[in-house]
Structures are given as C-alpha cells and as structure tokens.
Design a protein around this ligand. Sequence first.
Ligand SMILES: [Zn+2]
Length: 583
Amino acid sequence: MRKANLSLVPVAALALLTGCGNSPSKFPAFTQEFIETTLALSPTGATASGYHKHKGLGLDGHLDDFSAAGIEKNRATWNDLKSKLAKFDRDKLDAESKADAELIDSQIQLALLEDQEIQSWRHNPTVYVETVGNGLFVPYSVEYAPVETRWRQIISRLNEVPRLLGEAELQLVDSPTLWKNVAIEENDGTIGMLEQTFPAQVPAALRSEYDPAAKNAISAMRAFDNWLKTSLKDTGAESWRLGKEKYAKKFALVMGTDMKPEEALAKAELALTETRKEMFNLAIPMHHEMYPKHIDPVDVNLIIGETFRKINEKHPTPEAYMDEARKALNETRGYLKSHPEQLVKDPPRDNLQVIETPVFMRGSYALGGFNPAPPMEPQLGAFYWVTPIPKEWPQERIDSKLRENNIYGLRVLTIHEAIPGHYIQAEYASTIEPLSRRMLRAVYGSGVYVEGWAVYATAEMIKAGYMDNSPELQLQNLKWELRAIANTILDIKYHTMGLTDDDAMALMMGKTFQEKEEATAKVQRAKLGSCQLPTYFTGYSEWKRLRSLAEQKPGFKAGAFNERALREGALPMRTLGVLLGLQ
Ligand SMILES: [Zn+2]
C-alpha cells in the first residue's frame, strides 16, 4: 500500500510541471472531499463537528481507530490529499478558494509533521483518554438527534472503549510522567461522569444496556490507569519538551506567519515591559485613592500588586461563582446589542449556555472555555464552560482562585470566551457558505485568528466603555494581556530553551501578577502541548495590524471592519489580510 502511494508523488509533480492540473472548477469538490475524509478518520471529532455520516455509514456510535491499520489509513489519507492539492494551480483559483487552499495546505503539513515527527499517539496517553471523554460527552450534551438515539450511540461507544484502550496499550511506547498523571486524572473525570452523572440521565428503557456497557468501559479504564502506572516506560520529568527543530516547524505552520520563534520571543519581551508600564500609569491614581496614607511607592510591582490586592477583594463566594458568570454573560450581551457600530452587530441566534467545565477537560481548562455549536448544525447548543471551584480544596487554594477570578476577572473571562469573544466569532463563522467552506474554516480554523479575536474583542469592549470605563476592569484586562504575553514567552522557552519551573513561576508571579493557583495550572498546561499558548499574543498583534491598515482607508467603520473579518471565518491572518484587500 505505501509503496503504491509513494509512486504517485512524482506523477503529481509532473502534472504540475506540465500544466495538466485539475481545473479550478473542481476545487469546491476537493474541499468537500478533504473535510469529509479527514473528519471520518475521527468519528468523535466528526460528531463534535456535526458530521454524522460518512458514505452512508453512521459515525456517532464509534470511537476513533488507533489500530496499526487505522494509523496507516490516516497517513495514507493525508498523503493522498497532499498529492490531490498539488494538482491545482492556486493562481487560477478565485480569491476565496485560494484562501481555502492555503488553509488546507497548512493542515496537511501539520498532520504530516504530527505523523512523521511528533507522533503524539506513541507518547501521549491523554490523546486516548480525551478521545473517550469527548466521544461520550458530546452525544450527551449536544442535542443533534433525539435523546434515545444519542444514548444508544453512547452505549455503542462505551462498548468500544476496551477496544480503543487496548489499541492505546499497543501504540504507546513511552511517556513523560506528567502526561501519564494527567491522563489518569482525566480518566477519573470520565469515570465520575459514567458513575455519577450518566445513570441519573439515561432513559429508563436503556438502563439495562447502559449499566453493563458502562461497567465494562470503567474496568477497561481502570486497567488502563494501572497499565500507565506500572507498565508504560516513563521518560521522566523533562521529556515533554518539543525541542528547537520540531518546535520551529510547528510554530511556522500554527502561527501562519514568517516570524521565527526567537523573533516572537523578542517581541513578547518588549511588550511585557510596555504593558507593565501602561499598568503602572493606570494604577497610580487608583493606588493613591485606595491607600491614602501610603506614600506612593515607585516600585512597579509594589504599586500594581497593592492595587490588585484591593481589586481582588471584590469576588463572588464559591457558591455564587457560576451565577456571577451568568450575570456577566447577560451584561456583555446587552452591551454588544447597544454598541453595534463600535463592536459588531449582535447575531440573531441565542443558543449559548453556561455550564461547568466537564471534569475530564479540567486539566487543560483551569479557568473556563468555549465549546462551539457544531459548524454544520449551528442551531444546536454552544457552551461557555466555567470551571467551578471544588469545595474539597484547601481554603488557601480556594481563596487564591477567587482572587484571580474576582468580578472583573470573571467579566474578562466572559467577554473572551463568550460575548463578543469566541461565541460571537463562532456565530459569524457559522454563516459561511457553501457548507464545505464553513466546515473547513471551522474545523481547521486558525487558532491565531480565533484567540486573537477574543483578546482584541476584549480590548474593544473596554474601549467602547463597558462597565462605565472602570479602571479596575482596564487594569484586570491589561493583566490578561500580560498573561497572553507571558504565555508566548513560556511556550517558546519551555519547549526550546530548557526553561525551569522556578523561572516560569518567577515570570508569572513576579512580573505578570498571577496568583499561585493560576501560575501552577499554566506550568502544567505549557507541558501538555505546544504552540497553542503563543496564539493569543500573536493573534492580538495580527488583529491590531489589520485593523490599523483598515483604518487608513477612507470611510473606515470599526463595526463594519469587524463584521467583514468575522464573516470570512478563521483563516490564517495573512490570508485574511489579502481577502480584505489590506495587503
Ligand atoms: Zn480563548
């Protein structure tokens, strides 16, 4: 099979050279093939995207295939798509199709980099655990089919859990200690969901099928935990680092810019100094009022730190935490509705729910997150995840988390994750036609665009006067911007420069005013993945760059610019700039 595949490559190259490529009119069909075949490789991902059937076969009752044949099929599919893409002359495509081709190209390169060099499925057990968790949670929480149908699919997926975890044991060769520990924690979350949440919800008629399926799945999960603890080779405490060479390749593809990691690092370090200066200037009059008896110190950390000490006191109780998030959501939606020209028109649909972050995802979502409606079925529920504060935590840890998520912090979180951040972006992206283009730009959308929009939209909300121009909110948001900057520095230094945890904590707590609780969670998150943490700062810089180019054009209006950019969906920023006629 692989030999036959390899021999196709020169043929594709020849076709390109001699100009016998595919006609541009075939490109939409290719986009559709790309999205459908790649989604079908992961039934759990397909369900989450709203793609339920592939070539007549249902996907929602199955888990992903990690057998040797499954991995080989994955590889062959991406290689096949690569050679098919190469047959199109991109200069002959219309502008929107050309943008799609660029997005597809970067995704193919990323998939092949993963397949050939990074190989998470051989080293990272959370890949399997999260596949199981998501595979069960999505049919439970997203109402894409009648409730009984979805429970049948959950049961069918439960029956496949032992198969999938058996494949995991065959594929995994070794793992850093941390990835094992997180996989075990996340597995515990899924087990909790199966033992506590699901039994109360499963329709009575299916209970007799659910119980044995869940029992089998749980014992397979426990056996897998045990195997991770006792049998999987441990590569130690440091081996999660991606390394300079792989990091540079992945960074270029994920960021979609020509900027090298070292340049991004230098830019972030400069922004760190500038943002701290801005915070200092904002804090001085606040500090003066808060501490009338103090002689204002000149120390930047002291003055900003003391100002935050007062701001942090305004926090909800752990019991009122979720309600405070709901209240913040109502406020931000109201504000968006009344400020369409400065921000963007509020989209008509209202399908956003605030729920607790699922336990098995809390390893990566310490604060909260956003889970969009499936792009093919945008009318279904979108979820704003808020990670609750466990009652069993020690008081000190609870207090630290509450200080971090004071009422202003919860507002910034809500703006970022929901309105006008990720939820509004996803709503606009769900209006893209044709469907294959919408799917492509949602499923394989640029994280730089998505996270950049959320950070940029927060700054725009504040510029538009949300919360009566509250300086507390402004300072809190600058702290979030500082966090985005620190994320960039941490990711690059952790994965390419051997950064230590002590230095990481010193950066976060000593220079960016983060609470210990958050900084500790970030240390873990930085080691679980790579090239995601820099998307916030890179994306924000890119949104500001395109915005300032747009402002130079006659008749510029912020709301219209935002809407046009949102209607294109999550393209790489340089591609977006071309489509908007800005570069
Ligand atoms: Zn985000």
